[in-house]
Design a protein around this ligand. Structure first.
Ligand code: PRP
Ligand code: MN
Ligand code: MG
Length: 185
């Protein structure tokens, strides 16, 4: 597939992502081998990572459920508002006594995940772990360390593989930077 004309540099290729996601699936599978697992993807950004990851979770857990939780804090800009908007329709009862794996595309300030981990614990999850494809450590504002990380991410504004800029580029199979002339200031 030709590269999107508004993308400058490719930071993680589709092939690199695919290989790493398969490895993460094996690591998760080993951990949850004899347990019942609830994979909880954080929408919208983690939609692609979540669907790819679950195909690779092996050995099979006792049972594996997939659900999604919508949380956002970025709006249309390139930096976090710091206020995490949560899914008001989520059925919190579905988390009770479950081994929850929160799946995120990226940890930036840590606001979204620290909030979600706390909420899952309050909802009575048996355990809560985090799997994040990308970790942008340079931008952290609240402590948050994933249990499974795909790649360390440079401190650049990136898109693709679920990650958007003003709702664009989520469909790209690779992760890259937007050419500066397409960033609105
Ligand atoms: C992005 C990203 C993570 C979060 C990470 O979501 O998908 O969920 O921000 O940033 P943080 O560590 O600073 O909280 P966004 O708010 O853009 O919503 P979206 O997933 O719907 O694009
Ligand atoms: Mn998100
Ligand atoms: Mg976003």
């Amino acid at each position: 597939l030709p590269q999107h004309p508004e993308i400058g540099q490719i930071i993680f290729s589709a092939e690199e992502i695919e290989a790493r996601v398969a490895e993460l699936g094996r690591l998760v599978g080993q951990e949850y081998q004899h347990r019942d697992l609830l994979v909880l993807g954080v929408l919208k950004g983690a939609f692609m990572f979540t669907t790819d990851l679950v195909r690779h979770i092996y050995p099979h857990p006792g049972s594996l459920e997939v659900d999604f939780f919508k949380a956002s804090s970025y709006g249309s800009g390139t930096s976090s508002s710091g206020v995490v908007q949560l899914d008001s329709a989520f059925d919190w009862g579905s988390v009770r006594d479950k081994h929850v794996l929160l799946v995120e595309d990226i940890i930036d300030t840590g606001n979204t995940l620290s909030r979600l981990v706390a909420l899952m614990r309050e909802a009575g999850a048996a355990s809560v772990r985090v799997c994040a494809l990308l970790d942008k450590k340079a931008r952290r504002r609240v402590p948050m360390q994933a249990d499974y990380t795909g790649f360390e991410c440079p401190d650049e504004f990136i898109v693709g593989y679920g990650i958007d800029y003003a709702e664009k580029y989520r469909n790209l199979p690779y992760i890259g930077s937007v050419r500066p002339e397409f960033i609105k200031h």
